[in-house]
Design a protein around this ligand. Structure first.
Ligand SMILES: *[C@@H]1O[C@H](CO)[C@@H](O)[C@H](O)[C@H]1NC(C)=O
Ligand SMILES: *[C@@H]1O[C@H](CO)[C@@H](O)[C@H](O)[C@H]1NC(C)=O
Ligand SMILES: *[C@@H]1O[C@H](CO)[C@@H](O)[C@H](O)[C@H]1NC(C)=O
Ligand SMILES: *[C@@H]1O[C@H](CO)[C@@H](O)[C@H](O)[C@H]1NC(C)=O
Ligand SMILES: *[C@@H]1O[C@H](CO)[C@@H](O)[C@H](O)[C@H]1NC(C)=O
Ligand SMILES: *[C@@H]1O[C@H](CO)[C@@H](O)[C@H](O)[C@H]1NC(C)=O
Ligand SMILES: *[C@@H]1O[C@H](CO)[C@@H](O)[C@H](O)[C@H]1NC(C)=O
Ligand SMILES: *[C@@H]1O[C@H](CO)[C@@H](O)[C@H](O)[C@H]1NC(C)=O
Ligand SMILES: *[C@@H]1O[C@H](CO)[C@@H](O)[C@H](O)[C@H]1NC(C)=O
Ligand SMILES: *[C@@H]1O[C@H](CO)[C@@H](O)[C@H](O)[C@H]1NC(C)=O
Ligand SMILES: *[C@@H]1O[C@H](CO)[C@@H](O)[C@H](O)[C@H]1NC(C)=O
Ligand SMILES: *[C@@H]1O[C@H](CO)[C@@H](O)[C@H](O)[C@H]1NC(C)=O
Length: 714
């Protein structure tokens, strides 16, 4: 008995467990595509395989019924003409698979509420003649829309450059095919994109959007202009260059295609001297007189003229007011913010000018007015990185423009593109002066905060010294005698440093002072020799003369009498001031003083690098190292001899660098000091007869870079 029961229940259980009925169709939704079909959909949309749906419908208010079948698809349609409105239908969906049938609940549909029409078709968008800021839209009423119904519309529109749609709703009762709508409140001279959809007033379904159409509003007379000027100092002929600049007022919409600008200007008190000019550019170069001028600019398009922008050009010597006390620029993420402080509460308009700081004339000059703020923000993409900008802010009080406050700023700093050009000067035994040039502005890429000098003796340790950016020379010491060194200068910005090229030099093995000491000793010896010769020379001058100057036949007739002591002193002073050197000449009181030194050839030999253009034809020529002259009590000017002497012996170099002791005196250790006393003198730069004979000196001068020494002082 139990077994029989079990045998009977088991297949039942099995069958129960395996049987999978279809889901119950839910959320039935029907759309009546006008004059086309009635399509119903339901969920679940995805059914297991092998499900058949039967949609049972009653229509003509329940008097008729039909069905529609679909397989594995949650959608089914009834077709025109078996679907017409007005009507109320009932819809019931049956889902069936091999395991059974599941019915949905009964739903009821008023076709008027679910009718969906075709979209309307816009065929024309154009500005209405004479009406500003408006376009008129024309479209066709959809063919497939209930004739009896009032249609409601939504119009969407946006300017071509914007992504944001605006919309307006309206209805149309009339059933004429061509319908129009005037869309107002637009911007002038702007292109718009429009699209339209409609629905029967009772329906909850909108048509699709129509195809987009574009149309442009009419032009309008332009808004005002912003006007600015760049003043430059008057030229020699008294004309004053004034560059006028203008542009559409900031924030003003573009209301049309600007065809040109009219400019007129006149001196303040003579309006009958008004000049007018027309241009299509946005700038104009004027040449004005020194008095106050008024300048006006308007722009015009096909519709009309803008209001005039007026500017006062101050007279040349007007003192402008100053009211900005401080200014800072700081780069933020993607912009540069410039802020300034001013105590003048009444000033609320400012003009900001900015242009790149380059060695050449700036090519881009930009300006912008700021009002009701004491800051100005510029997007970084308007400024180039690694470029220094001069930013000036002018206060503006009514028609007066005050003194600008200027700063420099980088949007972004970088490492300099090149290091400084470096030179070693005044190379001595233990010291050297390193000089360098500022990096050209175009290569700085940032504010140079400091320079670092790296120097290193051959095979030795590297040292460095950092100096601030205002310093362009530095004395290195102590160095080692007679040693090759390398030096390199690094210029740093906040972004990093860049090294200049490495230079080499070698310290001297013997210093100038040491040489001077040696020469003085040698020279002293020679002087003593001469002094010993003096008595002999006085007794038998001809003999001495013959000895020293054999080729000049009769020096006694020369005009060396001009050489008087006072005169010499004056000339020497004059020489020092005028950076020229006259060979000393004076009335000799003893033989020592009668010497005129021919040093020209020597200097020429020494200073090959120097642009020393002194003439070498010195009295007496090469051989006349010593000139003797008979004593002359007065100084009669004898031009024939004096003039060539003076002109020939002007040496256009500074009386410095060489200092040579003469007999009886010793030259001061300070080689820059000019010595002159009594019968001995020390003329820096003036040649010394003994030098020519000094082997040491000659060697030094040619091999140890005397030119460098000279150059430093020139
Ligand atoms: C039917 O629609 C309702 C509301 O829209 C939703 O909550 C529900 O999940 C839907 N049912 C199915 C089976 O999709
Ligand atoms: C019903 O009509 C609409 C509109 O014309 C159409 O898009 C859709 O394909 C039609 N449905 C069927 C099943 O034909
Ligand atoms: C069920 O449908 C899937 C695709 O949806 C198909 O690959 C599969 O063959 C179908 N099975 C049957 C039994 O029809
Ligand atoms: C559908 O109509 C037929 C006759 O056309 C009728 O016999 C049948 O009962 C109707 N069914 C329903 C559910 O109204
Ligand atoms: C409309 O209904 C009739 C009668 O039920 C049927 O014969 C005809 O095929 C249907 N027409 C369409 C397009 O479904
Ligand atoms: C226009 O109508 C739509 C649909 O009724 C509505 O969502 C929208 O807010 C309406 N727009 C305006 C501007 O009234
Ligand atoms: C111009 O006219 C103004 C006002 O009449 C007067 O104050 C000013 O002195 C005049 N300037 C010259 C240069 O005549
Ligand atoms: C402008 O007017 C002044 C007087 O108002 C007169 O002296 C001068 O000649 C006029 N200049 C011209 C160019 O008409
Ligand atoms: C400039 O244009 C205006 C009209 O726009 C005209 O009246 C005037 O004569 C023109 N002036 C010159 C110098 O061309
Ligand atoms: C600039 O000034 C305005 C007005 O004073 C203020 O509202 C704004 O925050 C300032 N902007 C910046 C970046 O400081
Ligand atoms: C040199 O300038 C750089 C960059 O601004 C800075 O980091 C460094 O500390 C400065 N060095 C000295 C010694 O001031
Ligand atoms: C410049 O050269 C010195 C050594 O001469 C080195 O220490 C330094 O790092 C270099 N700087 C740069 C930026 O390369």
């Amino acid at each position: 008995m139990m077994w029989a029961l079990a045998l009977w229940i088991f297949p039942l259980l099995c069958r129960f467990g395996l049987a999978v009925l279809p889901h119950k169709p839910e959320n039935i939704s029907c759309i009546f595509y006008y004059r086309c079909n009635l399509t119903c959909t339901w969920s679940p949309e995805k059914e297991a395989n092998d499900t058949w749906y039967t949609v049972k419908r009653t229509y003509l208010y329940g008097s008729e019924n039909d069905t529609c079948k679909s397989e594995n698809r949650a959608s089914c349609s009834f077709f025109y003409p078996n679907v017409t409105n007005p009507d109320i239908c009932t819809i019931e969906v049956e889902a069936q698979n091999t395991d059974g049938i599941v019915k949905s609940s009964m739903t009821q549909w008023n076709l008027d509420n679910i009718v969906k029409t075709e979209p309307p078709e816009i065929y024309c968008v154009k500005p209405a003649l004479g009406v500003k800021r408006m376009v008129q839209i024309k479209w066709r009423r959809p063919r497939l829309a209930p004739i009896s119904s009032v249609l409601k519309y939504t119009l969407q529109f946006r300017t071509v450059n914007s992504a944001k749609w605006l919309e307006v709703n309206f209805t149309r009762e009339d059933i004429s095919i061509i319908q129009t709508y005037d869309l107002t409140g637009l911007q002038a001279f702007t292109e718009y994109v429009l699209t339209l959809r409609c629905a029967a007033e009772e329906s909850r379904f909108w048509s699709e959007w129509s195809q987009e159409k574009t149309g442009t509003t009419e032009e309008q007379a332009p808004f005002g202009l912003d006007l600015w000027r760049v003043l430059r100092p008057a030229e020699v002929d008294g004309r004053r260059p004034v560059k006028l600049l203008w542009k559409e007022a900031r924030g003003a919409p573009v209301l049309g295609k600007t065809l040109g600008y009219n400019i007129w200007y006149f001196p303040e008190n003579s309006t009958n001297l008004t000049e007018t000019m027309n241009t299509t550019n946005q700038q104009l170069q004027l040449y004005l007189g020194g008095e106050t001028y008024w300048v006006s600019v308007i722009s015009y398009n096909s519709v009309g003229k803008s209001p005039e922008a007026t500017l006062r050009v101050p007279p040349i010597h007007e003192k402008s007011f100053r009211c900005i006390e401080g200014m800072q620029a700081r780069p933020t993420q993607d912009q540069l913010v410039v802020e300034w402080q001013s105590s003048a509460a009444e000033v609320d308009t400012w003009m900001v000018e900015w242009f790149p700081d380059l060695d050449s004339e700036p090519s881009t000059f930009a300006w912008e007015s700021v009002s009701q703020a004491r800051n100005w923000t510029v997007q970084q993409d308007k400024l180039k990185p690694y470029l220094c900008y001069n930013i000036s802010v002018y206060p503006i009080l009514q028609d007066r423009v005050g003194e600008p406050y200027s700063i420099q700023a980088y949007v972004k700093e970088g490492v300099p593109s090149a290091g400084p050009v470096t030179k070693a000067e005044n190379i001595d035994v233990k010291t050297v002066t390193i000089t360098w040039k500022e990096i050209p502005k175009s290569q700085r890429n940032g504010f140079i905060s400091n320079y670092t000098i790296f120097y290193q003796a051959e095979g030795g340790e590297e040292f460095s010294k950092t100096v601030n950016s205002s310093i362009l020379r530095y004395d290195l010491e102590p160095l080692t005698r007679n040693t090759p060194y390398t030096v390199q200068i690094m210029a740093s910005t906040s972004a990093g440093g860049a090294n200049g090229t490495r230079i080499n030099f070698k310290t001297l093995s013997i210093s100038v002072t040491e040489i001077v000491l040696i020469t003085s000793l040698v020279g002293g010896g020679l002087l003593i020799l001469i002094i010993l010769m003096v008595p002999y020379g006085l007794k038998k001058p001809n003999k001495l003369k013959h000895l020293c100057w054999p080729d000049v036949p009769n020096p006694a007739e020369s005009s060396l009498a001009m050489w008087c002591g006072d005169d010499f002193k004056n000339k020497l002073n004059l020489n020092t001031e005028g950076n020229r050197i006259l060979k000393p000449h004076y009335a000799p009181s003893d033989l020592t003083d009668k010497m005129v030194v021919n040093f020209g050839n020597f200097l020429e030999e020494v200073s090959t690098e120097e642009p020393l253009k002194y003439q070498k034809n010195i009295v007496g020529g090469e051989k006349n190292d010593y000139v003797t002259s008979p004593y002359m009590p007065s100084c009669p000017p004898v031009k024939s001899f004096q003039e060539p002497l003076v002109s020939a012996k002007i040496l256009p170099i500074k009386p410095q660098s060489l200092c040579v002791g003469m007999p009886k005196g010793t030259c001061s250790e300070d080689k820059e000091q000019l010595l002159f006393s009594g019968h001995h003198f020390c003329d820096e730069g003036a040649p010394n007869p003994y030098l020519k004979n000094s082997v040491t000196m000659r060697e030094f001068l040619t091999s140890e870079k005397l030119p460098d020494q000279t150059k430093r002082e020139v």
